[in-house]
Design a protein around this ligand. Structure first.
Ligand SMILES: [Zn+2]
Length: 160
């Protein structure tokens, strides 16, 4: 690096002290990196692929604009979000993060359906049991029934 201002020292996000090492962003953009570099705290030289992803998806100038538009204490979260979104967009150029969100929403719907079906079965079983005049409870909430094929504990119904 042809730095005319002398050696530069700063501590990156990972606590790694860097000497005359441009951050991954400046290195990729072939520009000088200094103490005021907005990219340096979030894109250390040791993780060039991290900046490469967001650069490819969002463009470096947009990444810098986004970071400058966010208060400093929230920039790390914003970078993590951009990196995740870029990763997903590169994996799935059509849907990106939306594909993952829709997949997970469908999983939630399926699980809610399974839960509802299980609760309905539980309610049906309880109704059957309650209609059995021969069924009673012992001291441990276990059913005592004359029909051995249908005995179980109330503890099995603690789904909710
Ligand atoms: Zn830099």
């Amino acid at each position: 690096m042809d730095d005319q201002q002398g050696p530069q020292y700063y501590v990156g996000q990972e606590g790694v002290q860097m000497n005359n090492m441009p951050c991954a962003g400046c290195r990729k953009l072939h520009r000088r990196c200094n103490r005021d570099c907005v990219l340096a705290p979030y894109f250390p030289a040791s993780q060039p692929e991290k900046f490469a992803r967001v650069h490819k998806v969002f463009g470096a100038s947009n990444v810098i604009k986004m970071l400058l538009g966010i208060e400093e204490e929230r920039r790390e979260d914003a970078v993590e979000s951009m990196v995740y979104e870029a990763h997903e967009r590169l994996k799935d150029p059509v849907y990106g993060c939306t594909g993952t969100i829709v997949y997970l929403q469908n999983c939630v719907k399926d699980l809610q359906g399974q839960l509802k079906a299980t609760q309905d079965q539980r309610d049906q079983l309880i109704n059957i049991i309650m209609n059995e005049n021969t069924t009673t409870f012992d001291d441990n909430s276990n059913f005592i029934c004359n029909n051995n094929s249908f005995c179980f504990s109330l503890d099995q119904f603690q789904l909710i």
